[in-house]
Write a protein that binds this ligand. Structure first.
Ligand SMILES: O=C(O)CCC(=O)C(=O)O
Ligand SMILES: [Fe+2]
Length: 389
């Protein structure tokens, strides 16, 4: 991103956790007074003479236009309040309806998928059922069947802490998936179907779950990603991954060029390069951070660049800040599986301690310990000095 801040990357289809930038903005604008408006009622008819405020620039979950429209329904005593106060009250009101909103979002998504599934004819049907012997290289399936840290370590390299890479996909699988994605995109163009892109930061790419690959990717998560995450990322819910968002991203001169600095909406991300010929497109990593520290600068030892190789996978925590440099020639396609743990997300809400996986929280904790040990030493020296004199 141009201002250097980290973008919490979201997909369009899953419930949104409060993201770092929205949280800091709403506090920064002073939008959140201390008490909730339990008594707030709207007028039955709008006050058409009232000229509502504009709500652009206040980052909250609902569209600014919705706030402007709703403002005319506020009780007359509220109309003279400042913009932040009005926005706060309207947001509380809208949130009361959020569960319904969520239900209708899920329903719409199902309708969207059903429409694709009943019209799209897959090209390679064998992709839609997990077949480890045909999909994966033998070193990977062997390590998975042994399922020990030692077996995984024998195929993995960890060029920077928390960034694990290994050979994963057979060239034939990569080719077939590339064909399938192209075939799907051709169908989208021919039928003028309006597709949803994988997330908020890509203009190209496709959601694999939307055109039939959801069950296969669920199996990929359960039987292949989770066993590794359980060993290497237990502190972010690696053992309890239970849902995923699977998609492909596409880069090149006639596609997206690069991808800004961000964190994923995942606990663990699997990123595998499918091909084809390209130069550039390196992933750059900048350390793991919690919401509070997402924009804290990186330490030199956290700076790491990785060059994609077709068939090779990278697996990392979703909160490991990263981005992709420009693909300067050719065409690069990567498959991503953002894996989530509902248990981890629920427990995070009640967590009081600094998370063990945030490098900055751990640095702060060590600094506090260092200062308190120094203070104790100083006090001891004073006492010893006092006793001696
Ligand atoms: O282009 C890449 O390899 C990175 C993609 C990525 O980080 C993402 O889609 O979340
Ligand atoms: Fe990412």
């Amino acid at each position: 991103m141009s201002n250097g801040a980290v973008d919490p990357r979201k997909d369009n289809h899953s419930p949104m956790a409060p993201d770092a930038s929205a949280a800091s903005n709403s506090h920064g604008n002073g939008v959140v007074p201390s008490s909730a408006p339990s008594h707030l009622r709207l007028r039955l008819n709008p006050n058409t003479e009232h000229n509502p405020d504009r709500y652009d620039g206040i980052e909250m979950e609902f569209n600014p236009l919705l706030y402007s429209s709703l403002e005319r329904y506020l009780p007359s005593t509220m109309l003279g309040a400042n913009r932040s106060t009005k926005a706060y009250y309207m947001r509380q009101l809208l949130l009361r309806y959020a569960p319904d909103g969520e239900r209708s979002r899920v329903k719409k998504n199902k309708e969207y998928k059903d429409k694709i599934m009943s019209n799209y004819q897959p090209m390679h049907r064998e992709l839609y059922h997990m077949n480890p012997a045909a999909f994966f290289v033998s070193s990977f399936t062997k390590a998975i069947s042994e399922n020990t840290e030692e077996a995984f370590r024998s195929i993995i390299s960890e060029p920077s802490p928390g960034v694990l890479t290994f050979e994963m996909l057979q060239p034939r699988f990569c080719e077939m998936l590339l064909d399938e994605v192209e075939h799907f995109e051709r169908w989208v163009r021919d039928t003028k179907f309006r597709i949803m892109r994988p997330n908020t930061m890509n203009a190209y790419g496709a959601v694999l779950d939307d055109f039939g690959l959801e069950t296969m990717l669920d199996k990929l998560m359960e039987d292949f990603i989770r066993p590794m995450s359980k060993i290497f990322f237990p502190e972010v819910g690696g053992a309890t991954l239970d849902s995923h968002h699977g998609f492909v991203v596409e880069y090149g001169t006639d596609r997206d060029a690069d991808l800004g600095f961000h964190v994923d909406d995942s606990e663990v991300t699997l990123n595998v390069c499918l091909g084809e010929q390209f130069s550039g497109g390196e992933l750059f990593f900048r350390g793991v951070r919690c919401d509070k520290h997402v924009n804290v600068e990186s330490k030199p030892e956290e700076i790491f660049d990785y060059s994609h190789v077709p068939g090779r996978a990278v697996i990392h925590r979703g909160r490991h800040r990263h981005g992709a440099r420009s693909t300067t020639s050719g065409h690069r396609v990567n498959m991503l599986v953002w894996c989530r743990s509902s248990v981890f997300r629920e427990m995070k809400k009640y967590e009081r301690h600094a998370p063990s996986w945030c490098a900055e929280c751990q640095r702060e904790k060590k600094e506090r310990q260092r200062l308190s040990i120094a203070a104790i030493n100083l006090e001891l020296q004073k006492r010893v000095g006092g006793a001696a004199s």
